[in-house]
Design a protein around this ligand. Structure first.
Ligand SMILES: Nc1nc2c(ncn2[C@@H]2O[C@H](COP(=O)(O)OP(=O)(O)O)[C@@H](O)[C@H]2O)c(=O)[nH]1
Ligand SMILES: [Mg+2]
Length: 236
C-alpha cells in the first residue's frame, strides 16, 4: 500500500509537531499531506520545518479557511495525482489516536472504505456527557435510517479510502463540509456499492487548541440528510 495521511489543519500550532511525530512513529511507511488553510498561527511553516527532519511530509497551503470538506477534496486530488492508493482522514488534535491507525489500515486491505467508529462494540467516547452522546448518536441514527447507510457512525472523521473508492464516490463533487461531508462521502460510497467496514475507536476531546467547528454544521448536516433522503431514488 502506498498510503497518504491527509491532515487538515487550521491553527493547530500546539498539535502539529506532536501529531507529525506520532504519525512518523506509528506509521513510518505512510506519507503525510498537511492541508493548511492559511493558519495565522504558523502551522504550515512549522510542518514545513519538520519535514526536513521527519521526511515524506508535504504541505498544501490554501489561502483562507474554507472548511474541512474543501481541505479533504484538495488533499485527495493532490494525492491521486501523485499516485497514492490509500488515503487516511484524521483530525490534527489527537481526538483520533494515531495508534489506532494500523488497525484501520489492516481493515483497508479488504475493504474500500474503513470508518473508525464510536458506535460499534468496542468503540467509545469516554468524556462526553449523555446529552452530547445522544445528539451525536441520534443524528447518526437519523442519517442511517433516512439514507439506508447501514453504518453506525457516518459522521466519524477517522477513515481510510482506497483510490478506487474515492473515484467511485466522485469526491470532487461532494458539496458538504463538516459532519455533512462525512455523511455525504458515506452515502455516495453506499450508492457506488463500495464495501464499508467499521473498526472500533475511542474518541477523546482535544487537550490543546480550540475547536474550529461551529454549531451551524450540525444544522447543515441535518438539512442535507433530509434533502438527500427526499431526492433518494426508491429502494436505493
Ligand atoms: N484546512 C482546514 N482544516 C480545518 C478546518 N476546520 C477544521 N479543520 C481541521 O479539522 C480537524 C477537526 O477540526 P476540529 O476543530 O477539531 O473539529 P471538532 O473536533 O469537530 O471540534 C482539525 O485538524 C482542524 O484543524 C478548515 O476550515 N480548513
Ligand atoms: Mg476536534
Amino acid at each position: 500500500m502506498k498510503t497518504l495521511v491527509v491532515l487538515p489543519t487550521y491553527n493547530e500550532i500546539l498539535n502539529i509537531e506532536p501529531m507529525l511525530r506520532a504519525l512518523r512513529n506509528v506509521v513510518p511507511d505512510c506519507d503525510v499531506l498537511v492541508v493548511d488553510d492559511g493558519s495565522p498561527d504558523g502551522t504550515a511553516n512549522k510542518a514545513d520545518n519538520l519535514s526536513a527532519e521527519l521526511g515524506s511530509i508535504h504541505v498544501l497551503r490554501r489561502s483562507e479557511k474554507s472548511g474541512l470538506g474543501g481541505a479533504y477534496r484538495a488533499g485527495f486530488s493532490w494525492g491521486l495525482e501523485a499516485g497514492y492508493d490509500h488515503f487516511v482522514e484524521i483530525d490534527c488534535d489527537f481526538s483520533h489516536d494515531p495508534k489506532a491507525l494500523p488497525d484501520l489500515l489492516r481493515a483497508a486491505e479488504s475493504s474500500d472504505v474503513v470508518i473508525g467508529s464510536r458506535y460499534i462494540k468496542g468503540g467509545s467516547i469516554p468524556q462526553w456527557a449523555l446529552s452530547r452522546r445522544l445528539l451525536s448518536r441520534g443524528g447518526n441514527q437519523y442519517a442511517s435510517l433516512m439514507l439506508g447507510l447501514g453504518v453506525k457512525d457516518a459522521t466519524a472523521g477517522f477513515r481510510v479510502y482506497s483510490d478506487d473508492a474515492l473515484r467511485g464516490i466522485d469526491f470532487a463533487n461532494v458539496r458538504a463540509d463538516g459532519y455533512g461531508f462525512q455523511i455525504e462521502m458515506t452515502y455516495r460510497a453506499k450508492q457506488a456499492k463500495l464495501s464499508i467496514t467499521e473498526v472500533p475507536i475511542s474518541f477523546v476531546d482535544r487537550e490543546l487548541g480550540e475547536s474550529k467547528m461551529s454549531g451551524h454544521i450540525v444544522i447543515e448536516a441535518l438539512l442535507l440528510v433530509t434533502k438527500w433522503a427526499l431526492q433518494r431514488p426508491f429502494g436505493r
